[in-house]
Design a binder for this molecule. Sequence first.
Ligand code: PLP
Length: 393
Amino acid sequence: MTKFPQSELLNHLPKQFFASLVGKVNFFLQEGHDVINLGQGNPDQPTPEHIVKRLQKAADDPINHKYSPFQGFQSLKRAVAEFYMREYQVEVNPDKEVAILFGGKAGLVEIPQCLLNPGDTVLVPDPGYPDYWSGVALAKAKMEYMPLREEHDFLPDYTEIDEETLQQAKLMFLNYPNNPTGAVATSAFFEETVELARKQGICIVHDFAYGAIGFDGEKPISFLETEGAKEVGIEIYTLSKTYNMAGWRVGFAIGNESVIAAINLLQDHIYVSLFGGIQEAAIAALTEDQECVRKLNVMYERRRNVLIDGLQSIGWHVLAPKGSFFAWLKIPSGYTSEQFADLLLEKAYVAVAPGIGFGQYGEGYVRVGLLTSEGHLREAVSRIKALNIFEKK
Ligand code: PLP
């Protein structure tokens, strides 16, 4: 077989750090160990039944066997507008301010292609979701990292960024509730963001993947609720987490008209839109009974409490996340995050994600997903307790 060399562009892509974690977990599973895998971000619950039923019905309809309209169903865009009005009191024009995406990930990777030229500067959070890096690499743009520090509630401190970088920056990624830190944004922070974006001409992309998951009675806020947000940016919403539809690949970009037009233009050249049956089911998800979302939130909050209370009780004094389905745990001194994750995997058969995989400022932490039962989370805590790493004060 001829081995064809990959393009320079592909060689330029960042290494997938977490592929090696999957390899390590599989090794221990193959050895017959009962690994509790808290290292990944795949929702463990099924899609609510009424949404699945809608797809089943729609799959029988021959209209959906044809090409769907290139930029997706108008009725789905109207459903997105209805959802934003109902949930966030944000008015959205379904014709000009909504683009349908093949999941949030596709949109996040497309946006740098839509707006940047080689050498342009992008501000990304550190630690942050690695897909931002992929899109930036494909656009041959340059990343500047915004540290997310615990003492600043894991929000970037814009006063830390030098003026020249701010002037050069064309794009900024933000994500609250945050993966990996579990932090949430405040209205004051979003207001500061809009002001900065206006002054410096930066396009803001707020990744709202965990928008539905907020704890202690606090509903996470949408960036688009902020006065002037649509003038300076967009929000990316996905059905993956809100409705346990990660495998269905449905997401949306909502906001600034010029950015939406650019996304639609790029997508016109790459795809025909999502399967019609999936679009119909997405309408059902967004517009029908939302009790499933409330129940999901309650389930994650209970899991969070089991994990955090359990870790506190064994002497691991960690912060409770305010949103998302991740907990961001500061590790004891004397280990790198990778060494500590390896220790938990090798000695307790508990897999967690080392913070360094999310960027330099992720060092010193591990990320734990709340994507398994309360029983498994309790078991993970008792296995960690048995390592006798933490002393009870
Ligand atoms: N953004 C963040 C922060 C995520 O954690 C994820 C998925 O894990 C996504 C976006 C992408 O979700 P999807 O492509 O399933 O919509």
